[in-house]
Design a binder for this molecule. Structure first.
Ligand code: HH2
Length: 280
């Protein structure tokens, strides 16, 4: 039976790992901050990502890099809404909004967004309500604390078990609020309140997270652990390492890869698919 993920206007088929293209409309994101602050550029970039094979576009208006300052919701709405509106009208693919603020989420859902990607894992009951009152797909991401504090000596006794249990609990909280199970996707939140060893433990045990029974999404693109493993300090120069990590994730049960470098990742995944299942 083919698995699917129900997201707003779409029912996404999960018969192969998919790419979610990252469109940060922020002045300060860790790897691409400031590139797409002009709406026309951002919209064109989103459409280009789809033409390069992205199955989903994820629009974000707040950097969540470690130590980032929180953005006022009205500023975040001002950044993402015009881009969401244009992509909903023009892109034939689900439009996701990367926000942890319910007032931003409400406006984006009204504008037709198909997915809420919440790095806060729907801890806010209002976020759960917004999800329940709509038909959007929900990405439940694990984060310890918040971006301002999350990298202050994170500790786990068993990171894989604890993250898995937390994701399960948050998914159940969404279901209890009225969100159907087939709209929920989970993500261990690589780099969010985790050391290098925590990130690697999660990446080595992805099948355990896939076994939770929800679609599994991973964001490894250009992240710090790739710099720590490779010695490459400039995030924009971590493309090859990011593609290697994406291929690892795809080979170990990941359904959706959130990436900056769409064309490169799509090409690598096509090769992986051919190796695993000749003829596909
Ligand atoms: N990572 C980032 C932001 N949002 N969402 C999910 N579901 N999973 C992730 O791993 C994830 C995420 C951080 O990356 P980026 O958007 O490139 O940077 P910034 O937060 O600085 O804008």
């Amino acid at each position: 039976m083919v698995r699917t993920w129900r997201c707003g206007r779409f029912e996404v088929t999960l018969d192969r790992p998919l790419v979610m293209g990252i469109l940060n409309v922020t002045p300060d994101s860790f790897s691409d901050g400031g590139r797409f602050v002009r709406y026309g550029d951002a919209i064109a970039e989103g459409l280009a990502m789809i033409s390069h094979g992205a199955a989903i576009i994820d629009v974000g208006g707040e950097s969540t890099r470690p130590g980032a300052a929180e953005v006022a919701p009205q500023d975040e709405v001002g950044r993402v809404l015009p881009v969401v509106e244009a992509l909903v009208a023009e892109a034939r693919a689900p439009v996701s909004v990367d926000t942890r603020h319910a007032d931003v989420a409400v406006r984006c859902v009204q504008a037709g967004a198909d997915i809420l990607n919440d790095v806060d894992g729907f801890r806010d009951p209002w976020m759960r309500e917004v999800a329940a009152d709509s038909n959007v797909g929900c990405v439940v991401m694990h984060m310890r604390g918040d971006p301002g504090t999350m990298q202050r000596a994170p500790h786990y006794d068993d990171v894989v078990a604890e993250v898995g249990e937390w994701l399960q609990r948050q998914a159940q909280a969404l279901e209890a609020a009225g969100v159907e199970r087939d709209r929920i996707c989970v993500d261990p939140g690589i780099g969010f309140g985790k050391t290098l060893e925590h990130n690697l433990a999660l990446l080595r045990d992805l099948p355990k997270l896939a076994a939770l029974g929800y679609p599994l999404l991973l964001g490894v693109s250009r992240k710090r652990f790739i710099g720590e493993l490779s010695g490459v300090t400039e995030p924009a120069e971590r493309v090859a390492g990011s593609v290697a990590a994406a291929v690892w994730c795809a080979a170990h049960g990941t359904d959706v890869l959130r990436v900056h470098d769409v064309a490169e990742t799509v090409q690598a995944l096509a090769v992986l698919r051919g190796l695993i299942a000749p003829g596909h």
